[in-house]
Ligand binder design. Structure first.
Ligand SMILES: [Zn+2]
Length: 393
């Protein structure tokens, strides 16, 4: 029953408007009934739970002219939001078929129809429609935006780039960073067969987003495969300036480059400096421990890691220390306690099972995805590992 009340709301508004209009039109013919029999017929269908017939009646009832277009659009949007896209499509198609629409109204109705197709998942129709809308001058802003969504889903990266270039940059959508990602998508499959072409694409990526880590990683890998270890080192090390959170992805590649060019000692020096600049980089700490073990033996590695773990606790570090054969309980137990204390104090207690949002206080509505009762207490503080990467508060 509630559902029908929900539906009746716009219908009531709609009929109220119609009544007023009819009354205005016919004020010189007071003998006419204020209520149309068609209205009652439509209402009857509704009450008998035959919404499709009801819609037909209401569509027929509501004459399309410049004043009622908004009402049609509102009703159709309501249907789309409720997931009843076939009904929304019928209303929009009915609107578009009317010759009385102004050019602007027709464009608006076409955009809405395209959005119906998007939510119905009929991407080919949506694509065709928005491509036609793109020919308007000026094209409606929704056209390149929706086409961008379609081409990303269909992995048509060149078309996605073309669309992203048509969208004006705003704070919500960093199109330049997106374009850089798309160029990387194009470059990746070419990186083995056509290095030159892949490099041209990566240069485009850098042009749109100089801090595109993905482009640097791909360029580094290509240089390694071509045997240019020293060049690869330069490219991969620039990730520290681009976004140091991704350095862990570059470390194994850098290790390979330094070893291939016979500079293992320099690599250790660079890693040590890197850790001083970014002490939260657990991956660098673990790699440095492995290098120490290889070059100076287990004891040196254990001593280094043991001191490090007190300042920068991590489960991975503790695990590595145990693997190094540190079985002295008097040494290990205080350290384990240190690590678990840090995890418990920094870990989030509540996580959203829908979007992954996590926090230290309970929310019944998730601040991340706005769903209700999707946040629940977590018993394992995995999120603490992420918190340890952030500078301490
Ligand atoms: Zn959520």
């Amino acid at each position: 029953m509630l559902e029908w009340l929900f539906f009746l709301l716009p219908v009531a508004a709609l009929s109220g408007w119609m009544m007023a209009r009819r009354h205005y039109k016919r004020r010189y013919r007071p003998q006419d009934s204020a209520f149309s029999p068609e209205y009652f017929k439509g209402l009857n269908y509704l009450l008998n739970e035959q919404p499709d017939k009801a819609i037909d009646v209401f569509i027929g009832l509501l004459e399309v002219n410049s004043e009622t277009v908004e009402t049609h659009l509102a009703l159709a949007n309501l249907f789309r939001r409720r997931g009843e896209t076939d009904r929304a499509i019928r209303i929009h198609q009915n609107l578009i078929a009317r010759p009385t629409l102004s050019g602007q109204q027709r464009v608006q109705a076409l955009v809405e129809l395209g959005l119906d197709y998007m939510s119905a998942g009929v991407l080919d129709r949506a694509e065709q429609l928005f491509l036609e809308l793109l020919q308007q001058s000026p094209p409606p802003s929704e056209a390149p935006r929706q086409l961008l969504r379609i081409y990303q889903q269909e992995k048509k990266w060149q078309q996605a780039i073309d669309m992203a270039k048509l969208i004006p940059a705003d704070t919500k959508l960093n199109t330049d960073a997106l374009i850089a990602q798309f160029y990387c998508e194009l470059a990746e499959p070419l990186s083995k067969q056509d290095r030159q072409q892949a490099m041209t694409l990566l240069r485009q990526a850098y042009q749109y987003d100089p801090s595109c880590v993905r482009a640097s990683l791909l360029e580094g890998k290509m240089l390694i495969n071509a045997g240019h270890s020293r060049k690869a080192i330069k490219v991969l090390q620039q990730i520290e300036q681009q976004n140091h959170y991704y350095l862990s992805e570059a470390l194994p590649l850098l290790q390979r480059c330094y070893e291939q060019s016979g500079q293992s000692a320099q690599f250790r020096g660079w890693l040590q400096q890197l850790l001083e600049r970014h002490p939260q980089l657990t991956s660098a700490r673990l790699l440095l421990t492995r290098l120490l073990q290889k070059q100076q033996g287990n004891q040196a590695a254990q001593q280094f890691l043991y001191r490090q773990l007190y300042q920068h606790p991590s489960v991975e570090g503790l695990h590595q220390l145990i693997q190094l054969g540190e079985d002295n309980h008097q040494v290990l137990i205080p350290l384990i306690k240190e690590v678990t204390t840090a995890l418990i104090h920094k870990g989030d207690r509540y996580t959203c099972k829908n979007c992954g949002f996590s926090g230290r206080t309970m929310h019944w509505q998730c601040p991340g995805c706005s769903n209700w009762a999707t946040i629940r207490p977590v018993e394992i503080h995995l999120s603490a590992l992420e918190k340890l990467l952030e500078p301490s508060r």
